[in-house]
Design a protein around this ligand. Structure first.
Ligand SMILES: Nc1nc2c(c(=O)[nH]1)N[C@H]1C(S)=C(S)[C@@H](COP(=O)(O)O)O[C@H]1N2
Ligand SMILES: [Mo]
Length: 307
């Protein structure tokens, strides 16, 4: 058998090697999750386990839908585009800079970020503003574990999440469908809420590129577009950040974008949703079913005006 020099290695092999390395690292990091018995028995040969108290007991959407029906406009605007084109995304080396109104700005490598807190499984509903939903078993760490590191100043009231732009690997960023980079934002207390996570995996494995590898935000009580993929920078500010969707269509999208069946999108109702893989529609729940956990964040706020 021929022994090939490294420069004979085809790019496709490099990609699969990189995935192999990432998967090995990931399994090492998530070993604690398995031992703690957090994996539900539904998807893993790890025996009966306990779900995080933040998880829903609803049946997760099949993996094939979670990874083949995506919104990731950097890779195209059709639902099937990201699964087809996101394999080229470069996810190593990867750093996230955390700066703005903080005492200790930092740039951290993804390997170190994944060690900040034990990876935890969270089975969350995801409701897209377009009227469909899924149930996804994420693996991640609380956003708070990342934000605490930099010692936010008292003047910091909001956090902006800035996502990757790789024109060579992201065909969509060579068009002007959105003003790149895709940015999102949360109020600081929303970002610090225990339901807010940075996901590094799903279905017990590393995050597929089309779902926002290597690290993406997940805020389950807000419309899906608030959960930015492939985060590269987090910035603390004293003013409400202008987010990509608010810039692109301010009459249709607001900063808060909490899931709310009573506030319709100007072009369609938000009262119901189609769970991907199911036939009939179901009722959309206030705060996507997380009202008990997050309702108090909005006491005294007019949720019709602050949509
Ligand atoms: N960078 C980036 N993040 C993004 C998007 C995007 O186009 N670019 N789409 C958002 C939308 S509209 C939704 S519904 C979710 C979809 O996440 P999923 O494909 O993992 O289900 O990602 C969000 N995050
Ligand atoms: Mo969405």
């Amino acid at each position: 058998m021929l022994i090939r020099r490294p420069d004979d290695i085809r790019p496709s092999e490099i990609t699969s090697r990189c995935l192999f390395e990432r998967r090995r690292e990931f399994l090492r990091l998530s070993a604690g999750v398995a031992l703690a018995g957090i994996f539900p028995s539904a998807h893993g040969a790890l025996g009966p386990g306990r779900s995080s108290s933040y998880s829903t007991s609803e049946t997760p959407t099949p993996l094939k839908h979670v990874t083949a029906y995506n919104n990731y406009y950097e890779f195209g605007t059709d639902k099937e585009d990201p699964a087809r084109t996101a394999h080229g995304l470069r996810v190593r080396p990867w750093t996230i800079s955390i700066d703005g109104l903080v005492r200790q700005p930092k740039t951290l490598g993804i390997e170190d970020i994944l060690k900040l807190a034990p990876l935890e499984e969270r089975i969350y509903r995801l409701r897209c503003v377009e009227g469909w939903s899924m149930v996804i078993p994420w693996l991640g760490i609380p956003v708070s574990s990342l934000l605490k590191l930099v010692e936010p100043l008292g003047s910091a009231k909001y956090v902006e999440f800035i996502t990757a732009v790789q024109p060579e690997t992201m065909p969509g960023t060579r068009t002007r469908v959105l003003d790149w980079p895709y940015t999102e934002g949360l109020r600081l207390d929303e970002a610090m809420h225990p339901l807010s996570i940075m996901a590094a995996g799903l279905y017990g494995d590393v995050l597929p590129n089309q779902n926002g590898a290597p690290l993406r935000l997940v805020v389950p009580w807000k419309y899906g577009f608030k959960s930015g993929k492939s985060i590269v920078r987090i910035r603390f500010t004293d003013k409400e950040p202008r987010t990509s969707w608010v810039k692109s269509a301010p009459q249709e999208y607001g900063f808060y974008s909490n899931v709310n069946p009573d506030v319709d999108h100007p072009r369609w109702s938000q009262a119901r949703e189609r769970r991907i893989g199911e036939f009939s529609k179901r009722t959309t729940l206030m705060f996507n079913g997380y009202a008990e956990q997050v309702g108090q964040l909005y006491t005294g706020m007019d949720l019709r005006k602050n949509f």
